[in-house]
Ligand binder design. Sequence first.
Ligand code: 5RP
Length: 230
Amino acid sequence: MSLDVQKQAVGEAAAAMVEDGMCVGLGTGSTAAFFVKALGARVAAGLKIRCVSTSVATAELAASLGMTLLDLNDAGRIDLCVDGADEIGPGLALIKGGGAALLREKLVWEASDRCVTIADHTKVVKALGAFALPIEVVAFGHKTTANRIADVLAEFDIGMAPRLRVKDGQPVLTDGGNVIYDVACGVIAEPSALAAALKATTGVVEHGLFLDLAEEALVATLDGVERHYP
Ligand code: 5RP
């Protein structure tokens, strides 16, 4: 079974969790896109929901499927947010941001009563850190911020320098106009302490550690969809 078939399976399983009248947070990435498409099919069949997107790309997909989109400012509480992940560690600690949407994702997750992550089985790890940790940084003076991030990382015995994310020779800009630095941490031994230290660094807008946020993970395996809990 290909990874796309597995991603589609978890996307459809998550779409089946949505109930009439809900306000739904729509994640970003290839797995979340399967969820949005499956949910769009339910909307076309008569499901009445309102949605808040975590990125411009997902908003465009949802709009193309006829889904009603709200600005986060107007949504109030979101009933259920479904989003992908780059790594799923113990206790459903996550790394996110491979798709550069981590800031809007975290804003929508924190406005949600229930957050469910969906992924294929390759994303499940024993310890976070093999996937390079994305850190969103204000574009103004970003190299100086990266130097201070390196100092923070050194306190955690992480020696790898933050690498500016580049595409076609240009820095990748997020929907908010910020840049992304990726850090190949290896193993993140103290995720909570590292998260707090990064948040306290001037110029860092957000990091990709999503801790104590996911209530459930739907993980696609060759044998079907598994449900994981913290
Ligand atoms: C985007 C994200 C994505 O959810 C994450 O990168 C997973 O993407 P995919 O489902 O394509 O592997 O955090 O910022």
